[in-house]
Design a protein around this ligand. Sequence first.
Ligand code: NAP
Length: 391
Amino acid sequence: MKNLFMQIILYYYNQGGEFMEEKTILYIEGDGIGPYIMKPAMKVWDAAFRHIYNEDKKIKWKEILAGKKALKEYGKLLPEETLELLKKYKIGIKGPLETPVGSGYRSLNVAMRQKLDLYACIRPVKYMKGINAPVKSPEDVNIVIFRENTEDVYAGIEWEENSKESNELIKILNEKFGVNLKKSSIGIKPISEFKTKRLMKKAIEYAIENKRKKITIVHKGNIMKYTEGNFRNWCYEVAKEYDLEKYNIKVNDIIADNMFQQLLLNPANFDILVTPNLNGDYLSDAAAAQVGGIGIVPGANIGDEIALFEPTHGTAPGIKEPKMANPTSLILSGVLLFEYMGYRTVAELIQKALEKTIQEGYLTQDLANKKQKSLSAEEFAEKIILNFINI
Ligand code: NAP
């Protein structure tokens, strides 16, 4: 009887009920360095949660499979069960996934974003003291990039030169639309009002909630007038629906190429950036490099119902000893996850302890200079946990 009662409580909790005792978070370990950073990151998340809530609230990690582990178990890189569980539990965190060449998937990550309609790729890029960054004033970088995640030329509508599809398409374009195209590979770039507007809404609501003061729309509308140009126009239309003066939030726009140099020269002028898919892809990694590299910047893919958090880097096949990989990007993706779930104190604790650890000079090999001893992912995580009592 008691067991049944407990089950009912847990069921309520997992369904978002009011008396929550335990919250289930899904995780995908990832390929390559994935398992080597997931284990220590999870130790940090669990220890922080315990530090704040003791036994009052709990999180439970439930593994779901994707990538090589899923291929081994299910014969598929992205099993239906994984997608179904993400739809059911609505929240998860993943390690990086490799898409094996010739797998039938352009990218597992792109497939997940599209199948789950995770339309906003959110990347906060902020300098942390103690990191060797390649620019003069990295401390001026404190931006959040909102990149559209499901359309644009990057999102996967593409055919190879001389394929049946590209030849047919070229024929139609030439005969019906007066274009003069020779044999070529073709990529299609849809940018829609609906998908642009929902992204801009997310960015505005984030700005209001987090007291951000400026939203910059990044586009290439001077050249691509109906896709990127309308991206800009639709974003402004959404902005007009809000009383942004009340929150002291300004909205402006900038051409993508200029954005790259302005971010290097005057990073303090930027706060939130809203971008189509491809521009955002370039910009996210460039901005990350400006504060020290993709090993330290977190990411989130968020839709209306489901949120999937992930580090910005890939499986890092170039790292000879995977246990020496930097878990920071994944740990901070967990910080975003806790913020999203409303566990702000847990998020703050991890963020502060991690920053303190870096300031004390404890670094992984990607960040340590020749004079500094570099820590493994496990050792770095332990230092963060030890710092919880100093926050
Ligand atoms: P990458 O895995 O991000 O690695 C590029 C380089 O960045 C690494 O070789 C390493 O540099 C450094 N690096 C990345 N993460 C690091 C970490 N945590 N700690 C220390 N250094 C780190 O990019 P890639 O080599 O282009 O892609 C490899 C695979 O990952 C591909 O299959 C790709 O499809 C996949 N990928 C997946 C995702 C995702 O799951 N979201 C994202 C991007 C790429 P050094 O070698 O110089 O040490």
